[in-house]
Design a protein. Structure first.
Lengths: 112, 113
């Protein structure tokens, strides 16, 4: 089955710890994206990558980092510099034009 | 600037039609989208419309676009309880070599039996 997987579904971390969220896709998409969703709000773009070994900051990149060493994988690290990291994180992928973005099931991060 | 607005909540009875509305501000939008999100899940792409179209119909879904007023709507015919979810409107803006999505805050649709 083609799709996007995110793991884990729920993640708990102590304040001050870095944490890495996984995103994998087997859709052969060049472009991948990370969004953050807060309760009752829409999605905000954290980082995006249009091709392997390249990525760009989105609208709320501060306190986050990414890598894109493989086409299939786009991990997101939430660093201790992120002031309010508790949120629902969604990964997406698309063809290079970005016309249709397909989303993974999300990871809910709670920082205690 | 980019801004997409939606009403927060809509309640309908099963079998009725639902109409979810959205307004956007960026006239350079290339596509406009409707996504559905069920509790605790990711977003499911329902449908999208190219910005030079007025209407698109896909089974029970009808999308209407008024580009002059920057108004987008999603009509769901014969609404079912399984349609209860949050619906997000999004516009696609050219950025670098691709298109980036800007999302509205979502409309929670509740379908009463």
């Amino acid at each position: 089955d083609g799709g996007i997987t995110q793991s884990p579904k729920y993640l708990f971390r102590k304040e001050g710890q870095n944490v890495t969220l996984s995103c994998e896709q087997n859709l052969n998409h060049d472009a991948m994206y990370w969004y953050r969703q807060d309760p009752g709000q829409g999605l905000r773009l954290i980082y995006y990558s249009q091709i392997v070994n390249d990525f760009q900051k989105g609208d709320i990149a501060e306190g986050y980092s990414v890598s894109r060493e493989k086409k299939e994988s786009f991990p997101l690290t939430v660093t201790s510099a992120q002031k309010n990291p508790t949120a629902f994180y969604l990964c997406a992928s698309s063809d290079p034009t970005g016309t249709e973005q397909f989303f993974g099931p999300g990871t809910r991060l709670t920082v205690l | 600037g980019e801004d997409v607005e939606q009403s927060l909540f809509l309640s309908v009875r099963e079998g009725d039609s639902s109409v979810i509305n959205c307004t956007y501000t960026d006239s350079s939008s290339t596509y406009l989208y409707w996504y559905k999100q069920e509790p605790g899940a990711g977003l499911q792409l329902l449908t999208y419309i190219f910005s030079n179209m007025d209407m698109k119909q896909d089974q029970r879904l009808t999308v209407l676009l008024n580009k002059k007023d920057k108004h987008l709507s999603l009509r769901i015919a014969d609404t079912q309880t399984g349609d209860s979810a949050i619906y997000f409107c999004a516009e696609s803006i050219p950025r670098n070599a691709g298109n980036m999505l800007t999302f509205g805050g979502g409309t929670r649709l509740m379908v009463k039996p």
